[in-house]
Design a protein. Structure first.
Length: 273
């Protein structure tokens, strides 16, 4: 059992990174990725791999922090009774996982009050794991664990124009309108919460999402971007708040920006299409 995870959020983030990497290696090793596939009530797919990854993560979190509640994609229910809780997506990008067409991820965030304080995102298809407490670090990942940690920072907006990250499957007119108002030099296709990671690592500049997402999709990536020097903003101009059971843990439109000055130029819609 670990102590209070708030005392050293960088150490907590490393522990979350180890858990996310372990779950990611489990996902990568699954031979029959479509096994147990079904459609959830919202029409999105889930598989036996999602459930196995979530079971592993929940077990590891309970071993270290048994008193901290968890809101996880495949098993969320009543809102937490505590202002300290975990948000977990055991397999973000299930469609890409099934087809092998993109980067799926494992996302874990520790939230205090309404904002993340430690987070990890593992991206098995590219063998990378990203963590953040007060600072962002990146390591390689394998079945033997995480490699040596290296620091990362978001970058200033390039004078030559921004690199925008766009989804393989979730384009919409509102997102296109937001991007059209910015000096976009390149569009790069990426999947899942890995888009936040690329911004936090200084490898891209902006990710706009006007379609529906859930809190466990974004909390870990949000924290990575914010701790790397960037910002994730909603239509109000403020940062997302987490633990919103009153809206079913759904997010509104948001944009992740590596350079905070870019956020002031955005005009996000008030609600998701």
């Amino acid at each position: 059992m670990s102590g209070d995870p708030r005392q050293d959020t960088n150490a907590t983030a490393e522990q979350l990174g180890a858990i996310a990497a372990e779950a990611g290696c489990l996902l990568a090793a699954v031979a029959d990725r479509a096994g147990g596939r079904r459609l959830k009530d919202d029409g999105s797919p889930t598989t036996g791999a999602d459930l196995a990854s979530e079971e592993l993560i929940l077990r590891r979190l309970a071993e270290r922090w048994p008193d901290i509640p968890v809101i996880a994609e495949e098993s969320f229910g009543a809102p937490p009774a505590s202002d300290l809780f975990f948000l977990v997506d055991p397999l973000d990008g299930t469609k890409d996982y099934l087809t092998g067409a993109g980067e799926y991820s494992v996302n874990i965030a520790l939230v205090a009050g309404s904002r993340p304080i430690a987070a990890a995102v593992a991206a098995p298809s590219v063998s990378r794991v990203f963590v953040a407490g007060t600072a962002v670090r990146i390591a390689s990942m394998s079945s033997e664990g995480c490699g040596q940690w290296a620091p990362a920072r978001a970058r200033a907006a390039p004078e030559s124009g921004l690199v925008a990250l766009v989804s393989r499957r979730h384009g919409d007119d509102a997102t296109e309108a937001c991007l059209a108002a910015l000096p976009i030099a390149e569009r790069r296709v990426a999947s899942s919460a890995y888009k936040f990671c690329l911004i936090a690592a200084g490898e891209a500049d902006i990710y706009v999402r006007c379609g529906p997402t859930m809190e466990w999709d974004t909390a870990a990536g949000d924290h990575l971007v914010e701790r790397a020097g960037g910002i994730v903003v909603e239509a109000s101009g403020g940062m997302p708040r987490y633990g919103r059971s009153d809206r079913g843990f759904r997010n509104g439109p948001f944009a992740a920006c590596g350079d905070r000055s870019v956020a002031a130029r955005l005009r996000l819609p008030e609600s998701c299409a």
